[in-house]
Write a protein that binds this ligand. Structure first.
Ligand SMILES: Nc1ncnc2c1ncn2[C@@H]1O[C@H](COP(=O)(O)OP(=O)(O)OP(=O)(O)O)[C@@H](O)[C@H]1O
Ligand SMILES: [Mg+2]
Length: 398
């Protein structure tokens, strides 16, 4: 997987950026607030069609462009996958000309010039991103971990993104109906339709999550053992709200090979029936993948509760590298790696580990405020660009 060319128009601090990307390693050097993270965010956008940073797409539109009646932000990438080139274009269009202060943002996605939905387009370009605030995945709330899983799976597993959106819709309709049933006692059989949809889409999501975690587990253990010099064994601890699905990974006898989507679905349906009375009283759906939890255990200790800063950072690095290798196993291509200020967060040994991992033919873009964090040998092999006020200037070729 390669990103060959990137064009940004009216995107965040970049009024216009047009650049060919090096095939290997790019070091993006700049002071604070110059656009480093924004650039990685833009590239990641092509993989999931959602911002990893912003809470809504409007934040991505350049401030000056927002003053125009018609604000258009455009992101264009030329990528190369399995020796074929593709164009991915994203347009964010805000027409403020005849509204009453609440213009709606339109998002258009074009693959090779043809309009596609985000669900159709996701998976064409794969990227793994590492931002300093991502320690939240380990120490934040369960929604952070579900989001992490969803972004990785949406890119890699066909149909996952669509299933997620169907499921979210089913849950929201089902919850509305549960509340209605509590208020006026109409026929609870109306729930059957939503139960079926919830269980169907939910079972697919759960099954894919379990499978992905099982596949990633062995890579994760191995990577983390290496990064901690055999001191720590890192395990996923997946906790599902459904009775049928496993709650632990990492030991061979806990292997859940016997699970399949149909089996999860029929159990899910049964559990929904059993819980029906309680759920009507509470007005919410209490089981399903929207309630999944994933903990990270190092030597059986929960890092989200007891992990030290350094331990959590190292575990996050292991997780990200495991994700890269897992995507490679699933798709036959290495994702593009986007590392924001990652070195500054690591100790000397871990830095060296990461740099040697990157020196392996993968395409990676690293940002830094301080080039001195990098080994001279590594700097030698990389392309270096300076970034200042949303403008990028190539400084040296690798
Ligand atoms: N929609 C926007 N329009 C114009 N400028 C924006 C927009 N969104 C963000 N910015 C500005 O872009 C600048 C660059 O932000 P970014 O986070 O990319 O910087 P950075 O180089 O990663 O800095 P740091 O080293 O502090 O992490 C910030 O000053 C921010 O205010
Ligand atoms: Mg930044």
């Amino acid at each position: 997987m390669r990103l060959n060319h990137l064009t940004l128009t009216n995107y965040r601090a970049f009024s216009r950026l047009d650049m060919d990307l090096p095939r290997r390693i790019l070091l993006l050097v700049g002071a604070n607030a110059q656009g480093k993270t924004s650039l990685l965010e833009a590239i990641y956008f092509f993989s999931t069609f959602t911002s990893i940073q912003a809470s809504n797409d409007r934040q991505l539109i350049n401030f000056l462009a927002l003053n125009e009646p018609l604000a258009v932000t455009r992101l264009l990438a030329e990528i190369e996958k399995k020796e074929k080139k593709h164009q991915i274009e994203i347009r964010l269009i805000l027409d403020q000309s005849n509204n009453n202060g609440n213009a709606r943002l339109r998002k258009e996605i074009l693959i090779d010039g043809v309009k596609r939905s985000a669900h159709q387009a996701v998976g064409l370009f794969n990227a793994v991103i590492f931002l300093p605030n991502m320690t939240r995945i380990i120490e934040g709330g369960p929604d952070e971990r579900r989001r992490y899983l969803n972004l990785a799976l949406a890119q890699t597993v066909p149909g996952y993104a669509q299933a997620l959106s169907d499921y979210a819709q089913a849950i929201s309709q089902r919850n509305a109906l549960l509340k209605q049933l509590a208020e006026r006692s109409s026929d609870p059989a109306q729930l059957d339709y939503w139960d079926e949809l919830t269980a169907d889409r939910g079972a697919f999501i759960l099954f894919q999550r379990i499978q992905a975690l099982e596949e990633m587990q062995s890579i994760l253990t191995q990577t983390h053992r290496h990064l901690t010099r055999d001191k720590e064994i890192l395990h996923f601890n997946f906790q599902s709200s459904l009775e049928i699905t496993p709650t632990f990974f990492g030991s061979p006898d806990q292997n859940q090979n016997h699970l399949n989507v149909e089996k999860i679905k029929s159990n899910f349906l049964e559990e929904l029936k059993l819980k029906r009375r309680e759920e009507i009283a509470r007005g919410v759906t209490t089981i399903g993948p929207h309630r999944d939890e994933l903990r990270f255990l190092s030597n059986q200790i929960d890092l989200g509760i007891y992990g030290s800063r350094g331990q959590i950072r190292t575990a996050l690095l292991s997780l990200k590298l495991a994700e890269v290798e897992w995507m490679f196993q699933k798709t036959g291509e290495y994702p593009v790696l986007l590392l924001d200020e990652t070195l500054a967060e690591l100790d000397v040994e871990r830095r060296a580990d990461l740099l040697s991992y990157l020196n392996n033919g993968k395409q990676a873009i690293l940002t830094t405020t301080d080039l001195d964090l990098f080994e001279p040998d590594f700097v030698q092999t990389a392309d270096i660009w300076q970034i200042h006020g949303g403008l990028v200037k190539p400084e040296k070729q690798g």
